[in-house]
Design a protein around this ligand. Structure first.
Ligand SMILES: NC(=O)c1ccc[n+]([C@@H]2O[C@H](COP(=O)([O-])OP(=O)(O)OC[C@H]3O[C@@H](n4cnc5c(N)ncnc54)[C@H](OP(=O)(O)O)[C@@H]3O)[C@@H](O)[C@H]2O)c1
Length: 358
């Protein structure tokens, strides 16, 4: 069966936009229908407008599509609009698309804090989609809505935290140090003279995002499905670094549990291996077979070797061991432009289709 839903991509020429194109090229439900970018790109065929940086070529059916301005009228036929827009412009453009009754899956930070906008990592909290009827009522919309996905680093962190919270109850403290790939900064991103032979111990706004987004994602939706209650009992402290890796964010995590005695490393590994999410239960096309892959090797995960496991839609965890200061520590890896960005939006949209929201 050919795909039945028409998809638009905003910011289609950028790092996240290119990933959307690859993920949707042969998708069974969504067909790429319209591409949007800035006025620098609008009017050009896609292959001329973009600086293609992916290892697979531009899909044939996309190469010659003419890039449009990001205005809602140009996307009115789309059943779903995926946005990889720069945060400087995403606020106004995505709001205009919402007001035009369109369905928007955003990667930008602009609406993540909005109390009526779900912040969803598709292998963690798709239950938060239940707020959509409330959001539609607020904006008097019949079919449109907006959902954001999390910052790429937050996305990697919350998947194992969710597995541990489900298995062992509330987390007390979480300390995380990131080693983030340069593709996380978009294109052209970090200048080569800043990053080759170097580590940059600062990424603007990133630590704050990891610290508060985690609490909204792992928190509850109230019984009337009209408001989120962020976690109150867990404290998160993040330190973010940019490293000379192309794709894949690696993180060192140490954490403590509220319960005593704390679980042992083998209990933690089992809980992560056993963890399943709603997207898997619903049989969504892009859902990973394993939401968390636990490695046994002492020197894994590594970005070059592990970022494409499960098509980049999983989080790989290794080196689970006792921590002398908190309870447990481990290393994790997430593909920042797949599960950390475009892959989250696509899987969120598949879940929304399965739930009859699109
Ligand atoms: N890279 C990641 O790993 C990652 C992960 C999670 C979230 N995000 C978020 O995803 C978004 C996109 O990131 P990115 O890394 O893909 O950035 P990027 O490579 O810089 O791409 C930005 C896109 O926005 C478009 N754009 C810029 N100004 C515009 C305007 N005035 N009107 C319409 N379109 C405009 C650009 O089009 P032109 O080519 O025409 O300029 C381009 O398509 C950002 O909000 C970012 O924070 C990124």
């Amino acid at each position: 069966m050919p795909p039945t839903k028409k998809a638009g991509i905003l910011g289609a020429t950028g790092t996240v936009g290119q990933r959307f194109i690859l993920l949707l090229a042969n998708h069974p439900q969504f067909a790429i229908h319209a591409l949007g970018a800035s006025s620098r790109s609008a009017g050009k065929p896609y292959f001329e407008a973009t600086k293609w940086k992916q290892s697979s070529p531009i899909p044939d059916n996309v190469k010659k599509l003419v890039v449009k301005e990001c205005v809602a009228e140009e996307f009115s036929e789309c059943d779903v609009v995926f946005s990889g827009l720069d945060a400087d412009v995403a606020g106004d453009i995505e709001l205009a698309f919402l007001k035009a009754n369109l369905v928007v899956f955003s990667n930008a930070k602009n609406y993540r804090r909005d109390p009526a906008v779900p912040l969803i990592v598709p292998t963690v909290n798709t239950s938060h989609l239940a707020l959509i009827p409330h959001q539609r009522a607020l904006h008097s919309l019949s079919k449109g809505f907006i959902i954001t996905n999390a910052n790429c680093s937050t996305t990697g962190l919350v998947v194992p935290l969710k597995a541990l919270q489900d298995a062992f109850g509330p987390l007390d403290r979480v300390l995380v140090q990131t080693m983030q790939a340069i593709s996380g900064a978009g294109y052209p991103g970090v200048p080569s003279l800043d990053i080759i032979d170097n580590v940059v111990p600062f990424i603007s706004g990133e630590e704050e995002k990891m610290e508060w987004e985690t609490l909204k994602i792992l928190g509850d939706l109230d019984t009337s499905a009209t408001a989120f209650t962020p976690l109150a009992e867990t404290r998160v402290s993040a330190t973010c670094n940019r490293v000379p890796v192309i794709d894949g964010h690696t993180m060192s995590v140490s954490l403590s549990f509220a319960r005593r005695p704390a679980p042992e490393p083998e209990d933690v590994a089992r809980a992560m291996r056993d963890y399943t999410c709603e997207a898997q239960v619903l049989g969504c096309y892009s859902a990973p077979g394993r939401a968390i892959v636990v490695t046994e090797e002492q020197d894994r995960p590594q970005p070059r070797l592990d970022r494409d496991v499960e098509g980049g839609q999983t989080v790989t965890v290794g080196r689970i061991r006792n921590c002398n200061v908190l309870d447990i520590k481990f290393t994790l890896l997430v593909h920042n432009t797949v599960l950390g960005a475009a892959g989250s939006s696509v899987l969120n949209a598949e879940v929304a289709v399965a739930k009859g929201l699109i």
